[in-house]
Design a binder for this molecule. Structure first.
Ligand SMILES: NC(=O)c1ccc[n+]([C@@H]2O[C@H](COP(=O)([O-])OP(=O)(O)OC[C@H]3O[C@@H](n4cnc5c(N)ncnc54)[C@H](OP(=O)(O)O)[C@@H]3O)[C@@H](O)[C@H]2O)c1
Length: 260
């Protein structure tokens, strides 16, 4: 039997807790220690795994995974013991070299994680990167134990991918929140939009989004676009007006007037 991969995990936030649940159900891995700034967040696991009070107390391992807030990665990495342990972070936005370690890399699960919302790891791409080839293949092997979807994506590509992910996920969420606010202001239940959203996503996932886009800006119905802008002004929603105008112009520039 192969010796298990020993892992020290830092961070009990959204990603850290989901990662530990997955590691816990995965053969061939051994979690040698857990650390969090507020150690009580590991309470439900403390009977099963060693929770260390200080990062310096983490036992040696094959890899340290830092599932921590982006801004603390660099200073935090300098506090870690066992300088030759490969150390990775889980951030899409940060380069590997933010970690001040001899051996470093990235282990980025491309999904939105919320602590108490279940996730399906078999549908989570894991993007790995390490400057040293042997470290990168080690990370690939570890990732394959957690998910069948594993990709090698270097720092420069991942930086761009992360911007794309913000558009695809965070901004989609923001758009839906704006739509819900408008429904509420009109005294209507936002749930009425659910079938529309479901169909829109299904169409985009099943086909090229460019082929399934509809709506006034796509049709070049400028008078309808202007009416919507006037309505948002009347509702004192200059904030939404700005966004509506920018997106409508992006669509009209891209597709041009249809003139039908
Ligand atoms: N959530 C996502 O959807 C997602 C997806 C992919 C990748 N990521 C990446 O994964 C990493 C963690 O994200 P998350 O969503 O899990 O964040 P989170 O839920 O906000 O958790 C942040 C973690 O950082 C710790 N922390 C905050 N300030 C600290 C400090 N000054 N010193 C030491 N530890 C500190 C927190 O400790 P306390 O518990 O003590 O506050 C917690 O363990 C980030 O790099 C993020 O970019 C997130």
């Amino acid at each position: 039997m192969k010796t298990p991969v020993r892992i020290g995990l830092f961070g009990a936030g959204n990603v850290g807790t989901h990662l530990l649940r997955r590691l816990d159900e995965t053969d061939g891995v051994e979690v040698v220690g857990l650390w969090n700034r507020h150690p009580g967040r590991w309470a439900e696991w403390a009977g099963k795994y060693k929770v260390v009070a200080e990062p310096e107390e983490m036992p040696p391992a094959d890899v340290y995974i830092l599932a921590l807030k982006d801004d603390v990665l660099e200073p935090f990495s300098q506090r870690l013991p066992h300088p030759h342990v490969l150390t990775v972070h889980t951030s899409g936005a940060q380069p590997s070299y933010v970690l001040r370690r001899a051996r470093r890399g990235v282990f980025y699960p491309l999904q939105t994680f919320v602590r108490n919302r279940p996730v399906d790891w078999t549908r989570i791409p894991i993007l790995v990167h390490a400057p040293v080839a042997s470290d990168e293949s080690f990370l690939e092997d570890l990732a394959r134990r957690l998910s069948p979807m594993v990709y090698h994506v270097d720092d420069a590509q991942r930086a761009r991918l992360h911007v794309a992910a913000v558009f695809a996920s965070n901004y989609t969420n923001a758009m839906v929140q704006m739509a819900r606010e408008i429904m509420h202001e009109a005294g209507l239940s936002a749930d009425m939009l659910t079938p529309l959203m479901e169909k829109t996503f299904r169409n985009m996932l099943d086909d090229d989004p460019a082929r399934v886009l509809t709506g006034p800006a796509r049709r070049g119905d400028r008078r309808t676009v202007d009416r919507h802008l006037a309505l948002l002004k009347e509702m004192n929603r200059e904030d939404l007006m700005k966004i509506y105008r920018e997106v409508a112009e992006w669509i009209m520039d891209k597709y041009g007037p249809k003139g039908d």
